[in-house]
Write a protein that binds this ligand. Sequence first.
Ligand code: A2P
Ligand code: 11C
Length: 337
Amino acid sequence: KGYTVAVVGATGAVGQEMLKILEERDFPVAKLKALASARSAGKKVKFKGEEVTVEELRPESFEGVDIALFSAGGDRSRQFAPEAVKRGAVVIDNSSAFRMEPDVPLVVPEVNPEDVEWHKGIIANPNCSTIQMVVVLKPLHDLAKIKRVVVATYQAVSGAGAQAIEELKEQTKAVLEGRPVPPANKIPRQIAFNCVPHIDKFFDDGYTREEHKMINETKKIMHDDSIKVSPTCVRVPVFVGHSEVVNIEFEKPITVEQAREALERAPGVEVVDDFKNHIYPTPIDVAGKDPVLVGRIRRDDTIENGLNLWIVGDNLRKGAALNAVQIAELLVEKGLV
Ligand code: A2P
Ligand code: 11C
């Protein structure tokens, strides 16, 4: 016995990872439905050694579906998630469409698993840069209460989807071959051999939507509106793996040793930190891995109760597909589906 699971956006960067993770973790899938745009209808995707034919996303696609994992952009979620719920499915939505709705839980299973219990059909999967930060912040918050976080991100192009991966490849080839660089498309400026401090759209306050997500989602997931987050989000020419420089100011004193111990015990986190031997995590180390890696844990003596650290996570896995599948596992475990 198992569940009928739909993956919406099955041909995309995150959708492909969802199929892999459902298979790897042996999620009880009785039937898999791969949904995408009309452009992909009839294409095949691989699941458990078999080929599944991609179908065009339609309201009727959700007849008989128990769990629908959405990763096809906010517009598709807004249009089709209610259709899926109407037909009896529980939706786990990777887009930003519903994350801040008061009646939609926003869940990172290592941080706030209890929130799945009050879902009304839709559960939101947070933004990738938020997820990898909160799995590290939570155990430290429990220890010494966080007042303020200053974070700078170094985000991989795969966060912007499959076409952005191609864009980095094509631009890099052109630069190396001395040809004119193809114009920027998915990333707002040339990304090959460059860094771009612009992810998602700008708001009137000069911050981007990606930065607003980190501020607001952190408070919602941690159930603490008093945590201040000051973010700068930057795209870098990396295929997979978001990195973050994080400065944390605590209410209470906390030593590097206490922080390290708490992080070593924390679920979903692996401490990779031995500067004397030049050991610290990088995106290449984390790509394809489940845990969020943390290193460079050190005191910040310029403030009272300050720590600096470096967090690296696979944005397609823990940042998106893995977190979504973990939410589905929670639903099964708690008998909520
Ligand atoms: P398709 O491959 O048919 O365009 P990514 O984030 O990697 O760009 O992937 C986006 C995913 O969302 C893809 O699977 C894509 O399908 C899907 N998608 C995009 N637009 C639509 C649409 N209008 N209807 C259904 N799926 C869509
Ligand atoms: C990026 N964090 O790296 C984005 C991708 O709100 O789910 C995910 C956007 C979102 O571009």
